[in-house]
Design a protein around this ligand. Structure first.
Ligand SMILES: C[S@@+](CC[C@H](N)C(=O)[O-])C[C@H]1O[C@@H](n2cnc3c(N)ncnc32)[C@H](O)[C@@H]1O
Length: 316
């Protein structure tokens, strides 16, 4: 398709995208949530194919893409229509108004996880300690750790982030560098807290945050194809029940938290009750609270470490 201006190319593909079928398998349901999303996807893919920022599409409608650029766009679009998540195609995802590099070794950050970050930032802003230490377990592309470091706005914020995946940590380190917060975050590879052994962190942590894998064996089979086929299973699957990793975190968190320190974790649909009873059973947490997401699903659980205290009535 030579010598089409950018404006015409965009227009043609937008029209085709909104037809019920675009050859072969048509547009997968999860990749075609609405017209606006389709338009945004086309623009992001096109900008990526041109190696230009998205603004370029609107600033230079008369630009004549080369054959190589048009072919690259066509190939990317085909993959998108066959179900590859947009973030993996363009290699990035926005989270907390920051752009994060992602690849097939990292989960794509979800908007729900912003709730966990926002709540942690709110609690950090109320904290009067000079130095605040945070552990982020299962950091993935580093979206939680980097956002906290970036938006936390405190010189004394020190973050320790772990992941079991070397490949994910590589991406996380790049994201920390891109956003200028490398010196505030220590990345370590390892199984949950094991990553920090010999770092003398026991009893010194103000916040433990985690968006751990929380998909059960049964739920793995009913995940949307775009998730099951493309996102790393090690970032999703937690075990038979789905709450195994949260349970591990709850059992070890008291070793690391200061008295009154916070544990904040993301949960899957229907897990709130069992995670809450794990906290109660541990007998070392109080002020258990649950935050619901935009769909009113209980999504984030938080509790304060209270070494000697009895549990209060939970809320939420
Ligand atoms: C659900 S993803 C979360 C990624 C990122 N924090 C986010 O919010 O999008 C879970 C992450 O935990 C990591 N992970 C899984 N099991 C782990 C373990 N036992 N110890 C440390 N990290 C683990 C995975 O590699 C993955 O990056």
């Amino acid at each position: 398709m030579p010598h089409l201006t950018l404006a015409i190319l965009r227009y043609q593909y937008l029209r085709r995208l909104n037809k019920p079928r675009l050859g072969g398998r048509g547009i997968p349901q999860e990749n075609k949530p609405c017209l606006t999303a389709g338009r945004l996807a086309i623009d992001l893919i096109l900008a990526h194919a041109l190696r230009k920022p998205r603004l370029f599409l609107y600033q230079a409608p008369e630009y004549l893409p080369s054959r190589v650029e048009v072919n690259r766009f066509g190939q990317l679009l085909k993959k998108y229509l066959n179900g590859t998540p947009l973030a993996y195609l363009v290699g990035s995802q926005e989270f907390m108004s920051l752009v994060f590099k992602v690849n097939r070794h990292t989960l794509i950050p979800r908007p729900e996880t912003e709730l966990l970050v926002e709540e942690t930032l709110r609690l950090i802003s109320q904290c009067c300690h000079k130095v605040i230490k945070v552990i982020d377990l299962g950091t993935g592309c580093g979206n939680i750790a980097v956002s906290l470091a970036y938006w936390g706005g405190r010189k004394g914020l020190k973050i320790f982030a772990s992941d079991i995946s070397v490949a994910a940590l590589k991406v996380a380190r790049q994201n920390a560098f891109t956003h200028g917060v490398s010196e505030r975050i220590t990345f370590r590879r390892g199984n949950l807290f094991e990553a920090f052994k010999r770092m003398n962190l026991a009893g010194r942590i103000d916040f433990i945050v985690a968006n751990p894998p929380y998909v059960s064996r049964a739920d793995m089979t009913v995940l949307p194809e775009s998730v099951r086929e493309y996102e790393p299973s090690g970032a999703l699957y937690a075990g038979q029940a789905g709450t195994e990793i949260q349970e591990g975190i709850i059992s070890q968190a008291p070793i690391y938290l200061k008295p009154d320190g916070y544990l904040l974790m993301e949960m899957g649909i229907g897990q709130a009750q069992s995670v809450r009873s794990m906290l109660e059973k541990a007998g070392l947490f109080r002020e258990t609270n649950i935050i619901r997401d935009y769909q009113k699903i209980p999504r984030v659980i938080l509790a304060r470490y209270h070494p000697t205290g009895s549990l209060r009535e939970p809320t939420g």
